[in-house]
Design a protein around this ligand. Structure first.
Ligand code: SF4
Length: 567
């Protein structure tokens, strides 16, 4: 029977609980939202003892469904003060589900703030162990040390030094399936700081000899698996070369942030083109691979230096733009080193890149000075500037007295996809419970003239996708996810019901934010985006309050079933 695992860090107890029957179909993001809304006082201190940190694999994780083992991490965000879900690949989602845990709830806080703990989860049970020897350790050496102590199948989730320092740009790192590197991150919203506040340095999950989760209608599930995989492999596979390949198109569409978003095209964009990554495989080594078992997309790139030594993995479009073009760093290898540092320290590359660009714009560093940016993160994180950057875009603006041009929405730094150039995405950033988050409902192109409706559809599709454990890069349609859910649970959700599944989960998140003190009037883009045009296309943000308001009203439409998720 599926369970919830509750870990109390105050008393250091672990308890299994049955999954409430009402939550049987929930997983991933929808489940983190349900638990947080049910159990947490939304006005609480996100780094206090009453705060909770939820790890919930998607409902398909641990099954044979392709590319479906992703993990949702949820909490009240110390960055935004709102609800937060950050979704990551890697192997822990597969393992937690194979052990029968639909969610792990971490609560309480140790009296000794200097103590560090390791949570072990395996088929024998669950235990907390002293982890003093890991204190302050960066993610790569910590993952290597842990990996050497466990069965080779084990996976890990880690709080890096940034999380231990309580920095609100801190991520939670997950290890990948191939090399067990800590390269997959539940990056956004400062969830690493929540993990750090609980003294939880790492979680080790050993699945032992557990098997794939079985579906209620197994024959139907297997047929779905076969047909879906066959169709995917026969199709265009638009993201098989990774999101880094998007850089030239983003430049063309004026959505490649440059010089702290003062421009949205970068003169050296060709140097950041992901095509170089593919070409370098021949001379440097490296390859495309899947970050979790069963991934048929294999979008993750492994980046080596010119001598063939590993630098980092999954150098993605968002990182290339925020830490690259937005800082006017037109050198792929230097951006790869910054990405490696963020992974090692446990920092969100989007928030960190946005903050470094603000610091450059304010004159604290020179635009394009990659050596200074590397030094800031590598050696100066515990200085006032380093801490401001580690605390994100808004904190860095505050440090420099910037009040009229803050590139953030809802307290969270803007992703690369530019809302002035992509008006439906602008509506998503304004209304999403997550603030500025491209994975919450990116709309690059739409034939729908009703942009509020297009944004709502995208937000619902992405919610359902992130609840399923499917990777958005596989671009599953809502009706495909519905078919897998029905076969897995023996359910019979129709088209409107799967839409309602996603919309209800969004309602849970909006309700959490309302109880935390935010109203719909707080959900908007910063004023400077209405008056400062993108130089290359003259676009400004112009959504009206009435347009934004319509996103909160459910709009069921059969066309949703034909939409693919994007991200
Ligand atoms: S498509 Fe990419 S990000 Fe998604 S699971 Fe596969 S390797 Fe990971």
């Amino acid at each position: 029977m599926d369970k919830l695992l509750r870990v109390d860090m105050t008393n250091r107890t672990v308890t299994d609980e049955p999954l409430p029957e009402d939550w049987r179909l929930l997983g991933g993001r929808a489940l983190t939202a349900k638990i947080l809304l049910s159990e947490l006082d939304p006005t609480c201190d996100p780094l206090g003892a009453e705060a909770k940190l939820i790890f919930a694999p998607g409902f398909l994780s641990g099954s044979m469904a392709p590319t479906s083992g992703r993990m949702s991490v949820g909490a009240k965000s110390p960055l935004t003060g709102r609800i937060k879900e950050a979704n990551a690949g890697g192997q822990p989602g597969q393992h937690l589900m194979r052990l029968g845990y639909r969610a792990l709830i971490v609560e309480g806080k140790p009296a000794d703030g200097e103590a560090r703990w390791l949570l072990e989860i395996d088929s024998e049970g669950v235990r907390l162990k002293d982890a003093a020897e890991l204190k302050g350790m960066r993610n790569y050496p910590a993952a290597e040390k842990l990996h050497s102590s466990y069965d080779k199948r084990a996976s890990f989730m880690l709080c890096g030094p940034a999380g231990e320092m309580g920095l609100t740009g801190a991520s939670v790192a997950l290890t990948d399936v191939d090399n067990h590197y800590p390269t997959r991150h539940a990056a956004r919203g400062g969830l690493g700081a929540v993990m750090g506040s609980k003294g939880l340095k790492a979680i080790a999950i050993d699945p032992g000899k557990t098997h794939f989760r079985k579906a209620e209608r197994e024959a139907e599930f297997k047929e779905l698996f076969r047909n879906f995989s066959k169709e995917y492999r026969a199709g265009k596979q638009p993201l098989k070369n990774g999101t880094a390949a998007v850089v030239p198109a983003a430049h063309m569409m004026s959505t490649l942030p440059t010089r702290n978003r003062r421009m949205m095209q970068f003169e050296h964009h060709d140097k950041l083109d992901g095509a170089h990554i593919l070409a370098n495989y021949e001379t440097r080594g490296g390859k495309q691979h899947g970050c979790l078992s069963g991934c048929i997309v294999q979008c993750s790139n492994i980046i080596n230096d010119p001598e063939g030594h590993y630098i980092t993995s999954a150098l993605e479009f968002e990182t290339l733009s925020l830490l690259g073009s937005n800082c006017e760093i037109g050198d792929l290898d230097q951006v790869a080193r910054l990405d490696r540092l963020c992974d090692d320290l446990g920092l969100d590359t989007i928030e960190t890149g946005g903050a470094v660009a603000v610091a450059m714009d304010a004159g604290a560093l020179e635009f394009g000075d990659s050596a200074a940016a590397i030094k800031l993160l590598d050696e100066q994180l515990d200085t006032p500037l380093g801490r401001a950057v580690g605390n994100g875009v808004v904190a860095t603006c505050e440090m420099h007295g910037i009040t009229d041009r803050i590139p953030a929405v809802g307290g969270q730094g803007l992703p690369a996809w530019e809302p002035r150039s992509l008006p439906a995405t602008a509506i998503t950033y304004a209304t999403s419970p997550m603030g500025a988050d491209h994975t919450a409902g990116l709309v690059i192109r739409t034939k729908n003239p009703d942009l509020a409706q297009a944004s709502q559809f995208a937000q619902v599709v992405n919610m359902v996708c992130d609840s399923s454990g499917f990777c958005q890069f596989q671009l599953p349609r809502l009706d495909e996810i519905r078919a897998f859910l029905n076969a897995l649970f023996g359910a019979d959700l129709d088209g409107e019901e799967i839409y309602r599944y996603g919309f209800d989960a969004l309602q849970d998140e909006w309700e959490f934010n309302r109880r935390a003190g935010f109203t719909n009037a707080d959900n908007d883009l910063p004023g400077w985006m209405r008056t400062e045009p993108v130089p290359s296309n003259d676009a400004v943000y112009d959504a009206t309050p009435e347009t934004l308001e319509r996103v909160y009203q459910a709009n069921y439409d059969e066309s949703i079933l034909r939409m693919r998720s994007s991200g």
